[in-house]
Design a protein around this ligand. Structure first.
Ligand code: UDP
Ligand code: MG
Length: 312
C-alpha cells in the first residue's frame, strides 16, 4: 500500500487542532487504498499544542510529531516535515482548516494515477482577507514577477501533495532563507492545479504579522533575483550622464553670459542631497544581500528539535 505523509505546521493552534484532527482522520479513513502518516510539526507553540498532538499520537499510530525548541517559522516547519516524512507522497496542509481536507483524495489521484508530479491548490479569490493585506500581496507578486527570473505564481498555496522525487528536489536546495513559494516554482515539475476557495479560519487567529510578511516578501525578492543590486549601476550611469549634461550647460552659459546665477548653488545642494540619498539606498540594498550571504555562510541549523516520536 502506498503511503501519504500529511505535514501539518502548527504554531499556537490548540483551539483548532481537535477539529482539524477529526476532519483529517475522516478523510484518511475514506482513502482505503492508502496508508496515512500525519506528521505534525509543532513550531515552538506556547500554548497546549504539543500536549494535544501527543494525545493524538497515543491512540493513533499514524500520528507522528516533531516539536521545535522555539518558533522557527512555517518555512522551517515545512522543511522539517519533508526531512522526516516517510511517505511515497508528501503534502502540506494548514492546521486551521482553511485548506479543505476533502480535496486530498482528488489530489492523490492526480499524482498517483494521472501522471502528475505535484497536485497543488491555487487561490481563486482573496475573500476573508483584509483589503490592506490583499493589496500588499498583489503588489508584491507584481514586483517580484517583473524583476525575478523565477515566475512566482500569485495565489499558489502551500496546500499541495507531491511525489517523493519532488520532495528530494526540494530537499536538495539547502539555503537558509527559505522562501517556499519560490522553491516550489524553481524546482518545476508537472503540476496539476486545483482551484481552492479561501475559507475562514476554523478558530484562533492568523500567525502572520505585517512585519513577518514583509520579511517574507524581502526573502522572496532577494532570494530569487539580483536585479535590485543592478539599481545602483544603472542609477550611477544615469547620474553621470545627467551631471555631464549639466556641466556642458553651465559651460555654455558661462561662455555666452560671462557669469552664472546663484541658483546654481541651490541646484548643487539639491544634487548633493539627491545623490547622497541614492548612495544610501544602494548601500542598503547591497547590505540586504550581504546579510543573507552572512546567514548562509554561518550555515546554522534551520530548526532544532526538542522532542519527536519519529524514528529517523
Ligand atoms: N505556522 C507555523 N509557524 C509560524 C506561523 C504559522 O507553523 O511561525 C503555521 C500555522 O500554525 C498554520 C499555518 O502555518 O498551520 C498557516 O498559518 P496562518 O493560518 O496563521 O497563516 P494565514 O492562513 O493567515 O496565512
Ligand atoms: Mg491560515
Amino acid at each position: 500500500m502506498k503511503k501519504l505523509s500529511v505535514i501539518v505546521p502548527c504554531y499556537n493552534e490548540s483551539e483548532v487542532l481537535a477539529a482539524f484532527y477529526k476532519e483529517i482522520t475522516r478523510v484518511a479513513d475514506s482513502c482505503e487504498n492508502y496508508e496515512f502518516e500525519l506528521l505534525f510539526v509543532n513550531d515552538g507553540s506556547r500554548d497546549d499544542t504539543l500536549n494535544i498532538i501527543e494525545g493524538f499520537s497515543k491512540n493513533d499510530k499514524r500520528v507522528k510529531y516533531i516539536s521545535f525548541s522555539r518558533n522557527f517559522g512555517k518555512e522551517a516547519a515545512m522543511l522539517a516535515g519533508l526531512e522526516y516524512c516517510t511517505g511515497d507522497f508528501a503534502g502540506f496542509i494548514d492546521a486551521d482548516l482553511q485548506h479543505s481536507p476533502d480535496l486530498i483524495p482528488e489530489m492523490l489521484k492526480a499524482v498517483d494515477e494521472d501522471g502528475y508530479d505535484v497536485a497543488a491548490c491555487k487561490r481563486v479569490d482573496r475573500e476573508g482577507e483584509s483589503k490592506f493585506k490583499s493589496f500588499l500581496s498583489a503588489s508584491f507578486y507584481k514586483i517580484i514577477n517583473k524583476i525575478s527570473e523565477t515566475y512566482i505564481d500569485d495565489g499558489a498555496q502551500d496546500y499541495r501533495i507531491m511525489k517523493r522525487s519532488v520532495v528530494e528536489a526540494i530537499l536538495s536546495m539547502r539555503e537558509c532563507s527559505r522562501f517556499t513559494k519560490g522553491i516550489f516554482s524553481w524546482v518545476g515539475f508537472n503540476t496539476k492545479w486545483f482551484p481552492h476557495e479561501n475559507r475562514e479560519r476554523a478558530a484562533g487567529t492568523t500567525k502572520w504579522s505585517v512585519t513577518k510578511l514583509f520579511k517574507y516578501a524581502l526573502d522572496g525578492i532577494i532570494g530569487y533575483t539580483s536585479s535590485p543590486l543592478r539599481i545602483s549601476t544603472y542609477s550611477g550611469i544615469f547620474l553621470i550622464i545627467l551631471s555631464a549634461l549639466y556641466a556642458i550647460g553651465v559651460i555654455i552659459r558661462l561662455i555666452a553670459a560671462g557669469h552664472v546665477f546663484s541658483l546654481t548653488l541651490r541646484a548643487v545642494l539639491f544634487a548633493v542631497l539627491f545623490v547622497g540619498g541614492l548612495v544610501l539606498v544602494c548601500i542598503g540594498i547591497a547590505g540586504e544581500y550581504l546579510s543573507r550571504i552572512y546567514t548562509e555562510v554561518k550555515d546554522r541549523p534551520k530548526y532544532l528539535i526538542a522532542k519527536t516520536n519519529c524514528d529517523k
